[in-house]
Design a protein around this ligand. Structure first.
Ligand SMILES: Nc1ncnc2c1ncn2[C@@H]1O[C@H](COP(=O)(O)OP(=O)(O)OP(=O)(O)O)[C@@H](O)[C@H]1O
Ligand SMILES: [Mg+2]
Length: 344
């Protein structure tokens, strides 16, 4: 994964997926919300990119905009570039997007119940996903669906085909959603909080399944999560979002061991550690940013205990640790490299 910030703009020919300078705003009843403010990143085949950040930071809006799944009546999307597998699709029409959604990018949503149709059997839903894009008959599509169901680890796939979503457990439903997402062998899977609704044992099984799928198919995965634990386990690279911007990014281990942005450090300090008996969890003081204001200065500065005068006056450019570490952060007064405490 590589951030393509203005001062480091160089195209990576190996990139499987690239977004450059994405902006998303919503207009409702004359009020504008600036949900995504200049987000750029790329990732290569085989890579998993984790996106973390608190609620409302623009994680879903970033991915839904890439899939053009935001309501066009209220959402305004601008980007310099969106590219999958060498194909530039930022100006694609709804009709052209049908060749992207499914065959190129598969999407897994947080709540499997809302992404499955309750009145259709899972067999019909998987075969429809296949026949919408492939010229094969129903029997062949059903045989393909059986293979997919067993690939996502559900026993007796032929029986499962006849079941309706409400007849399956939460974990099974999420596996069916994954089967639909991978039915057309997409190059990229975007999973938005794929395990939040599942209990911990099922959560780790579903994450393992996603890992296996990416490894076997040499595709790429973007996983969005509130949970640093999930992202730490899955991702090669992490993007931290705040106020609709990427405030920090880099290889997972380096970023977790030595956060440079004050917000990343604060988020990590909020994680439970070892024996929490009798201890209270940290939380970040203050209010999340007002997304009705387009940010020019650091949106975290009002909550930051280490802000300096420049934070309130000067817009910050993305800083690079060096090419080898691949670490980038948007902070005037970053944490020193190698410092990790539970305070911020
Ligand atoms: N359909 C919409 N209409 C109006 N505003 C929206 C819409 N979808 C998102 N927003 C706003 O855009 C901002 C970013 O929302 P987004 O859903 O991307 O956050 P998120 O980081 O995915 O949060 P969460 O962790 O809660 O899922 C928020 O201020 C949100 O209120
Ligand atoms: Mg979201």
């Amino acid at each position: 994964m590589e951030l393509n910030q203005p001062e480091a703009k160089h195209k990576n020919s190996e990139s499987l997926f690239e977004i450059e300078n994405l902006e998303v705003s919503f207009s409702r009843a004359g009020v504008e919300t600036f949900a995504v403010n200049g987000v750029s990143f790329s990732l290569k085949a085989g890579e998993t990119l984790g996106i973390v950040g608190e609620s409302g930071s623009g994680k879903s809006a970033t991915c839904l905009a890439a899939m053009k799944l935001l309501p066009s009546t209220i959402a305004h999307i601008k980007s310099s570039q969106m590219r999958i597998d060498g194909l530039e699709f930022s100006a694609f029409s709804e009709r052209q997007m049908r060749d992207i959604r499914g065959p190129k990018i598969g999407m897994i949503f947080q709540d499997p119940m809302s992404s499955l149709n309750p009145v259709l059997s899972v067999g019909v839903q998987i075969t429809e996903a296949i026949t919408a894009h492939q010229n094969i008959n129903r029997q062949e599509a059903e045989a393909e669906a059986v293979k997919l169901i067993s690939k996502v680890g559900i026993p007796q796939p032929a029986t499962i085909l006849k079941r309706y979503p409400h007849e399956l457990s939460g974990g099974m439903r999420q596996r069916i959603v994954i089967a639909i997402a991978i039915a057309l062998k997409p190059r990229l899977i975007i999973a938005d909080e794929p395990t939040t609704a599942l209990d911990p044992t099922i959560q780790s099984q579903v994450l393992e399944l996603l890992k296996d799928i990416i490894k076997q198919s040499n595709s790429a995965l973007i996983i969005i999560s509130h949970d640093f634990g999930v992202v730490a386990e899955m991702a090669d690279q992490i993007l931290v979002m705040y106020g609709g911007k990427i405030v920090e990014s880099g290889p997972t281990e380096s970023l977790l061991n030595s956060p440079r942005h004050r917000y990343t450090k604060a988020l990590l300090a909020c994680l439970p550690t070892g024996d929490m008996h009798g201890k209270t969890l940290h939380s970040i003081e203050g209010e999340p940013p007002d997304m009705k204001l387009k940010p020019s200065l650091c949106s975290f500065a009002p909550r930051c205990t280490n802000s300096i005068p420049a934070c309130m006056i000067d817009p910050c450019d993305m800083k690079h640790d060096n090419v080898e570490t691949g670490r980038q952060y948007l902070c005037h007064n970053p944490v020193e490299y190698g410092v990790r405490t539970n305070e911020y």
